[in-house]
Each structure stands twice: as structure tokens, then as C-alpha cells.
Design a protein around this ligand. Structure first.
Ligand code: SF4
Length: 200
């Protein structure tokens, strides 16, 4: 059975879609269909009601944060992100909520979604992935053109709406980590380097 909710350390993760507008060479989906003993390949996408039903079976007070990050891009389902986040904040206003995103949300939703999610989202981690467009296209293999500039714009806009913004890269040998760190610094956001892993 596929899992909607899984935990890593003291964080609770929500796996709400497997769809994505990137096809990253490092994506864990390329190597496994599970995290730990949880199968994250979804047979179908869960509704908000089903996600909330799963959350109701868990004591959320035992987690330090809830993270939208599964085997896909959560902001493809922005309405679900909003309704589930609203439920969490109504129940536990002090429990931080983070989104890990590819930063394409404003492109595929065809509007600026940041004001809509900002009331519920405390932190956002945006995959920068590379120091320039050419390398980004090779690593992330986005399904639309000019995705790199869309990511940079999304990082800039996120700063206006969300308190805690980070740009992230995976430590592939081809990525110039120093240049990526400078881009994040110039954009005024935190910088995170993630390990390349084929399993968790
Ligand atoms: S953006 Fe995330 S989910 Fe999408 S392909 Fe890349 S690593 Fe996988």
C-alpha cells in the first residue's frame, strides 16, 4: 500500500502527488519506490479529506514540523496544500509547516500562488539545483522552457511572502556549489546543500 504520511527524524512528511514538472537526474524516484519501509509511489492521489483523515490518526504534537515533500511537486496540488495546511494550523497554530518545491508553482498554476499559501506556510525550500540555466536544464530536465529563470523569480517573490526561504542544491560533482551559494546569498535567502542519495 502506498503511504500519504511518513516520518523522517522528527519531521512528518506529506506525500500528496507523484507528478512533477522536473525529471531530475538525482530524483530518488529514479532509484527506489520507497523511503524507509514506506512505499511512496501513489496508486492514486489522495483527497484533502483522506490526508486529513491520516493526520487525525497521528499525534502531531510529537513532531517539530510538517513538510509537504513526497515523490512529486506538492504545489501542483496547491488547493490541497492550502486546505490541509489550514486544518493543521487550526489544530496546532504553532506547528511549523514547510514546503519543499521545485519553484515552478507560479508557472503551472498560471498565477502568483504565494499570497494564497503564505498564511499557512512558515518555510519554503526551493530547488535551485544549478548555477546557470544550461546546467539546470541538464540536471533537472524541466518539462517547459526557461524554468531556471522561473525558479529565480519564485525565490525572489517567496521572500516577500514567506519568513523562512532557502534555495537548495544537491551535491552532484557537476554542480558549482560555491556559485550556487553566491546566487542564494545575492537573492538574500538561506542556502542548503543536500546529499545525493539513492535511498533513505
Ligand atoms: S523536483 Fe523533486 S520530485 Fe521533481 S523530479 Fe526533481 S527531485 Fe524529483
Amino acid at each position: 500500500m502506498s503511504e500519504i504520511v511518513y516520518c523522517l527524524g522528527s519531521s512528518l512528511y506529506l506525500n500528496i502527488t507523484n507528478r512533477c514538472t522536473n525529471r531530475c537526474v538525482f530524483c530518488i524516484k529514479n532509484f527506489t519506490d520507497q523511503v524507509g519501509n514506506k512505499r511512496l509511489v501513489l496508486d492514486r492521489e489522495p483527497s484533502s479529506k483522506e490526508i486529513i483523515g491520516s493526520l487525525n490518526k497521528i499525534d502531531l504534537r510529537t513532531y517539530k514540523e510538517v513538510v509537504f515533500c513526497g515523490f512529486g511537486e506538492p504545489l501542483i496540488r496547491v488547493e490541497v496544500v492550502k486546505s490541509v495546511s489550514r486544518f493543521i494550523k487550526d489544530m496546532f497554530p504553532h506547528l511549523p509547516i514547510r514546503i519543499d518545491t521545485n519553484g515552478h508553482g507560479n508557472v503551472f498554476n498560471q498565477r502568483n500562488i504565494l499570497p494564497e499559501i503564505a498564511p499557512y506556510i512558515d518555510a519554503i525550500s526551493i530547488s535551485l539545483n544549478a548555477e546557470d540555466k544550461e546546467k539546470y536544464d541538464k540536471i533537472s530536465r524541466p518539462v517547459f522552457s526557461d524554468a531556471y529563470n522561473a525558479v529565480i523569480e519564485f525565490i525572489k517573490l517567496s521572500k516577500i511572502y514567506i519568513k523562512d526561504v532557502a534555495a537548495s542544491v544537491v551535491n552532484l560533482p557537476t554542480v558549482d556549489i560555491e556559485r550556487c551559494e553566491k546566487i542564494a546569498k545575492d537573492l538574500g535567502v538561506k542556502f542548503k546543500v543536500r546529499e545525493f542519495v539513492k535511498s533513505l
